[in-house]
Design a protein around this ligand. Sequence first.
Ligand code: NI
Length: 255
Amino acid sequence: MFFDSHAHYYDEQYNADRNEVLKKVYDSGVKYILSASSDVASAIENISLARQFDFVYAAVGIHPHNVIDADNDFISALADFTAFPKVVAIGEIGLDYFYDNTPREAQKIAFARQICMAVELKLPIIVHDRDAHEDTLAILKNENARKAGGVLHCFSGSVEMAREVLNNNFYISVGGPVTFKNAKKLIDVVKYVPDDRLIIETDCPYLAPEPFRGKRNDSGYISFIAKKIAEIKDRTLDEIAQITTANAKRLFNID
Ligand code: NI
């Protein structure tokens, strides 16, 4: 049984077969999915999926790419969505200095405001950090994000950064890149992270693991990620499935 802690099922890549894909991945053993949002429109779609499918949960937040297009009152829109009980996190939020779709100052302000809201609402946050490790850590600390807790999704930092993140009450989520050829740094991180702080994700439809790299991803491929982690940590696939599912349920207060 798997928990895919980060997916994007509102994405238009599923428009032709969304319900079939969700049924298929459930039957393949993925018993929990958290669909993360990138803006207000995708939050609405995720909530509708969570209403339709028992095993789908929603996170609501403005992705750094989309901050530039967000209305000024996006915080109150997001806060309203959290009244729905299957909204279990704020995300994904953070900083992206690789694409820089939104000017960095605006990214930082939106990130800080959403952390503040999460602390107030007592919801964990899902953090996107691409080429912005230093500023991400600084803002998490400044805004007291440890009170909300949460996860660094698709973790791409070093072991030193992982240590800081763990010390600040955060989990680390590992996705498809752990199966890629150049994964040495991430493999060291997986070895380092204690069992009770590791969760897994597909980030589908993006970031399909090997041997499907470049194709449309779905939660069914999470077993390839778990299998790689089992190898790295010298565990069975079952153990990794159980550990990461229990961790994600604890983090997102499910059951
Ligand atoms: Ni994502």
